[in-house]
Each structure stands twice: as structure tokens, then as C-alpha cells.
Write a protein that binds this ligand. Sequence first.
Ligand code: DGL
Length: 269
Amino acid sequence: MAVGIFDSGLGGLTVLDAVSNRLPDVPFAYLADSAHAPYGVRTADDIFELTCQSVQRLFDAGCDLVILACNTASAAALRRMQESWVPPNKRVLGVFVPLIEAMTERQWGDNSPPREVAVKHVALFATPATVASRAFQRELAFRAIGVDVEAQACGGVVDAIEDGDMILAEALVRSHVDALKRKMPLPDAAILGCTHYPLMQDAFQAALGGDVKVFSQAALVADSLADYLERHPEMLGTGDAVNLTTGEPSRVSDRATQFLRRRIEFVSA
Ligand code: DGL
């Protein structure tokens, strides 16, 4: 049995780590589409095609349930996949909804009408494709009223992280936070809407200041997956734990080891 976790590259490792800690008995099959990262500068059609290919690879490895640990794929491709591509006996879930439920203080599956919530001014940091999709604002509007969202497309950050250039990544984070603050000087919450960004969480928090509550996804996704598996134990699938990449396995293994601070080995997808 294994649950699939997909990201364009290394960002989904922040989710893999959290779900492995939360569900130590569940094996996970991770796929990094490193050969095609970053997704955040691609068209929605391109992101759809690439995400379907990678998810199919995880289905072929025995997974019945795949988590898109990638906001870009969740924003640009998930709805289309669920409507037209996912076979009836399989499930593909995204990472947006758990985050928005936490921000709007809702329980899983609470579909009551939108209501006023504590946060009023929200800064969203995400890839250009996620920002362009407006998926975050759409999901939020189903659940909350009166929330002002200012989105900042953080070009370059994912490339710098994938290249292991954390100094560049940090400088880019500072300049994207500055750009956001010019549009929204006093956000009360910030969303790290890309699974790569928790690797830069300290830089975001430092640039935003201590008063801004920074929401990041990994732990929220882990809680929501635990809840889902309790209700759907049949979705555990049949595959084994494995880390797959479409890139160069030794290079991806080294970078992943650097980020997780424990040895992790990737093999060719
Ligand atoms: N980590 C991904 C996300 O959450 C993808 C970033 C990218 O490939 O541009 O959006």
C-alpha cells in the first residue's frame, strides 16, 4: 500500500515530511517532475498535461490516492483533472482547501454559506501560474466574506530553491515581500501558497515582521490526509514507498537530502 505525493520538484518534500510524521505507518510514493520544473511559469494546458502524466505514473506504481503537493497543479489543473481525467476508482486531492479551511476556521467539509472571519487583509505569495488562476480567491469566496486578498507572484524563487541557491532565494523573497507591502502595507495574515516556500519560511517571516501570521500548508495537509484516510482506508492502494524523479536521481537525491537534513534517495521515474 502507498499514497502518492506529487510535486513539480522538491517543494512537496515539505508535505512529504509532515505526512510521514503524522502517519508513520503509511508508506508514501513521491514523484518529483524535476525534468519539467518549475511549473509556475507554464500555461494551464501544459501544467494539466504534465500533472496527468506524473499522476498516471503514481497510479501505475499502485497508488489509488494521489495528493498534489503543488499549489500550481492544484490551482491550474486539479478541477479539470477531477472533471475529465481521474478514473472512478482513483482520487486526486489538492493542497488549497485545507489551508483555506484553517484560515477561515472551518472543519473539514463544512459547506455552510460564506461568513465573516477574523483575518481581513491577506497576503498571498505563490507562483505566477497560481496567482493567474485566481483559484485561491475563488475557494476563499465560497467560505468567507469581507477578506481583502493581495496576491504576489514570486517569480524566480522556485528556480533558485531547485538550484540550491538559497542566498538568491532569500533576496528574491525580500523583494517580493517589499512589492507586496507596497500594495498592502499591513497584512494580518500571509499565505505561503507554494510548497517550496516553507523552505524559506524564516525569510518570509523576517521580511513580513513578527505581527503577521504566516500560514504554511504542510501540517494542515497532513491533518486533512489523516482525516481522509480514517474515513477511506480502502484508498491506501497497493504500491510500495519510493521516491521517483524525472530528473537526474543523484542530483535530486543530494538536493533533497540538503533540504530534509536526512538522507533521501531518488530513483528514475
Ligand atoms: N511547489 C509548487 C507549488 O506549490 C510548484 C512550483 C513550481 O514548479 O513552479 O506551486
